[in-house]
Ligand binder design. Structure first.
Ligand code: SAH
Ligand code: SF4
Ligand code: F3S
Length: 432
C-alpha cells in the first residue's frame, strides 16, 4: 500500500530544491506526494531559520498537526531544513510530537533514519558528513523544462546578521564532472534551462577557472539552452564570470546580486567586506559586458546602528543602479550571530524605512517591465496561463510572460512580441 507524504517548504531556492529531493527519495520508500496534510501518513516540515518569523512558523505548524496526530497515531512528523540544523534536540523538547529532526546536510540518509523512527526511536541527525549527499540520492525525475542543480553549498562569509554559515556549514563545491553528468541527465529528460544553485554560488571552485569555466562547459551541452546561477556574493564576481555575461549567449541576462546596504559604515558593521562604490563599479562592468542585464538584490533595513543618513545612502545606491526587482527585509536578530548582541533600530522606524525602500523598488520594477514593451524576446514556455488558451513562460530576464498560444509549446523557446507590462508579468503575442 502506498503511503502519503505532505511536504511544506520555507526559505530559499536551495531549500525548495532540497524539499523536492527529499520527496523523490521518500518516493522510493513508497511515499506518494499529497498536497493535503489531512491525508498524509508523513508530514515533512522543511524549515528556514533566516529570520525569526520564518523560524517560529515551524512551531505553529507543528501545533496545527496535533489533531491530525491524535486521529492517526501512526502519523510521522519530521522537521528538516535550517531550523532542524540550528535547534536540533531543542525541537523535540519544545514539540514532543516530532519524530525526526534532520539537517540539510544529512537528508540523504532519510530511509535509514525513518527505519529507526519505525522502530520506535526519536531521531535527531544534524551531522555534516564529508560525503556528497547528492551522490546518494536517486536520479531526478523531472516534468518541467526548467530545473535547479546544486553546485555549491554552505558559506564562509559570516555576515554579522546571518545564520547560513551555521545552518549550512562551510563552503563546499561539488566536482565539475558530477555536475556535468547530472546536467546531461536533466537535458535528456527535456530540461532546457538549468539554474545552478549555491548559498555562494559564484564562489564555486570545483575546477580550474571557477564558475565561469563551469558555465562554459555546461553551455557545450546540446539541448541545454539557458543557464542561470544564484545566489552570488559581489566579492566573488571575478573577471571571467563578468566576461561570460557578454560572451556566453546561453547565460541569461539576469543576475541576483545581494548588496544589503548602500552605507559603507553599515556594510562594514555587517562584515560584508565591500563598499557601496565597489558594488556600483561591479554593476558598471557587468553592464559593459551585457548591456541588457537586469539586476535584482537583497536589502536589510534597520540593521543595528543604521541612521536615516545610512538609509539615504541605500536609497541612493538603488537610484544609481536601477533594479528590476529586489527582496527587502527589516533586520531580525538571530541567535548566535555577532549582530544579535547589538541594539537594533526601533521597529516602527525600521518598518517605515522598509516601506520607503519598497516603494522605490516597485517604481524601478515597473519601469524595467515597461521598457520591455515593444521588444521581441525569446520565451521558454512552462505551463498554461491563468486565462484559457494562454501559456506562460519566462523571458531571459526571468520575467513571467503570458501569451495566447497552443499548449504544445510547453518546453519550447519562441520569440514573443511584448505588448503589455502588468505589475508582476508581461503580456505578449507569438512573433512568428
Ligand atoms: N547567500 C545569499 C543570501 C542569504 S539569505 C547572500 O549572500 O546574499 C537571503 C537574504 O536574507 C539575505 O541576502 C539578506 O538580505 C536576508 N537576511 C539574512 N539574514 C537576515 C536577518 N538576520 N534579518 C533580516 N534579513 C536577513
Ligand atoms: Fe549569509 Fe552573508 Fe553568507 Fe550570504 S554571504 S549566506 S548573507 S553569511
Ligand atoms: Fe533559510 Fe536556510 Fe535557505 S536559513 S534562506 S532555508 S539556507
Amino acid at each position: 500500500m502506498t503511503k502519503k507524504l505532505f511536504v511544506k517548504t520555507y526559505g530559499c531556492q536551495m531549500n525548495v530544491h532540497d524539499g523536492e529531493r527529499m520527496a523523490e527519495l521518500l518516493a522510493g520508500q513508497g511515499y506518494e506526494a499529497t498536497d493535503k496534510a489531512e491525508e498524509a501518513d508523513m508530514v515533512l516540515l522543511n524549515t528556514c531559520h533566516i529570520r525569526e518569523k520564518a523560524a517560529e512558523k515551524v512551531y505553529s505548524d507543528i501545533g496545527r498537526l496535533k489533531p491530525l496526530r491524535a486521529a492517526k497515531p501512526d502519523l510521522r512528523i519530521a522537521v528538516a531544513g535550517c531550523v532542524a540544523q540550528a535547534e536540533g534536540e531543542e525541537i523535540l523538547a519544545r514539540a514532543p510530537i516530532v519524530d525526526l529532526v534532520v539537517g540539510p546536510q544529512s537528508y540523504h540518509t532519510l530511509p535509514a533514519l525513518m527505519a529507526r523512527v519505525d522502530a520506535g526511536e526519536k531521531v535527531v541527525e544534524t551531522e555534516f558528513p564529508a560525503e556528497d549527499k547528492f551522490a546518494h540520492l536517486p536520479p531526478r525525475k523531472l516534468r518541467a523544462p526548467t530545473a535547479f542543480l546544486t553546485v555549491q553549498e554552505g558559506c564562509d562569509k559570516f555576515c554579522a546578521f546571518c545564520v547560513v554559515p551555521y545552518t549550512r556549514g562551510a563552503e563546499v563545491s561539488r566536482p565539475a564532472q558530477r555536475i556535468l553528468t547530472e546536467a546531461r541527465g536533466l537535458v535528456e529528460q527535456g530540461v532546457r534551462e538549468i539554474t545552478l544553485l549555491g548559498q555562494n554560488v559564484n564562489a564555486w571552485h570545483g575546477a580550474e577557472g571557477g564558475l565561469a569555466a563551469l558555465v562554459r562547459d555546461l553551455a557545450g551541452i546540446d539541448g541545454l539552452d539557458r543557464i542561470r546561477y544564484t545566489t552570488s556574493h559581489p566579492n566573488d564576481m571575478d573577471d571571467a564570470l563578468i566576461a561570460a555575461h557578454g560572451e556566453e549567449p546561453k547565460l541569461m541576462p539576469f543576475l541576483h546580486l545581494p548588496v544589503q546596504s548602500g552605507s559603507d559604515r553599515i556594510l562594514k558593521a555587517m562584515n560584508r567586506k565591500h563598499r557601496a562604490e565597489d558594488y556600483l563599479r561591479l554593476v558598471e562592468r557587468l553592464r559593459a559586458a551585457q548591456p541588457d542585464l537586469v539586476l535584482s538584490s537583497d536589502f536589510i533595513v534597520g540593521f543595528p546602528g543604521e541612521t536615516e543618513e545610512d538609509f539615504q545612502a541605500t536609497l541612493a545606491l538603488i537610484e544609481a543602479v536601477g533594479f528590476g526587482s529586489a527582496f527587502s527585509f527589516t533586520y531580525s536578530p538571530r541567535p548566535g550571530t555577532p549582530a544579535a548582541e547589538r541594539t537594533g533600530v526601533p521597529e516602527p522606524e525600521a518598518h517605515d524605512r522598509l516601506l520607503r525602500l519598497q516603494a522605490l523598488i516597485t517604481r524601478q520594477q515597473r519601469e524595467t517591465q515597461k521598457a520591455m514593451v515593444g521588444r521581441i524576446l525569446p520565451v521558454l514556455f512552462e505551463k498554461p496561463g491563468r486565462m484559457p488558451g494562454q501559456m506562460t513562460g519566462k523571458s531571459g530576464h526571468l520575467m513571467a510572460v503570458a501569451v495566447t498560444a497552443p499548449d504544445d509549446l510547453r518546453g519550447q523557446i519562441r520569440p514573443v512580441r511584448v505588448t503589455a507590462a502588468l505589475t508582476n508579468s508581461l503580456g505578449g503575442e507569438l512573433a512568428s
